[in-house]
Design a protein around this ligand. Structure first.
Ligand code: ZN
Length: 97
């Protein structure tokens, strides 16, 4: 399983694999800055709800890094983008057109 997997037709939502539960993945939304994992749900979200500074769980960080890398590689027309990157690029182009 890729660490980060784009979701067809969704520009800002990804599945990011769980590190502690092999074979499972969490739904991550980088636009809303939300993740379905336990760390985010029980530790980070209550802080955000109290207006404390934004924190990101590992999954959010991975999804954001994947997103930025794919956009940069798409822009610079590199070939290293990979299949998951190409799927994300497809979502990106759909969003633009
Ligand atoms: Zn998470």
């Amino acid at each position: 399983m890729n660490t980060v997997e784009p979701i067809a037709g969704e520009l800002f939502r990804f599945h990011v694999r769980s590190r502690s539960r092999p074979g499972e993945a969490w739904l991550v939304d980088i636009e809303e800055n939300r993740c379905a994992c336990e760390n985010f749900t029980f530790r980070i979200a209550p802080k955000l709800d109290r207006g404390e500074p934004v924190e990101r769980c590992w999954h959010l960080q991975q999804a954001r890094e994947f997103f930025v890398d794919a956009i940069i590689e798409l822009w610079s027309e590199k070939e290293s983008i990979g299949q998951a990157g190409r799927r994300m690029a497809g979502n990106f182009i759909d969003e633009l057109t």
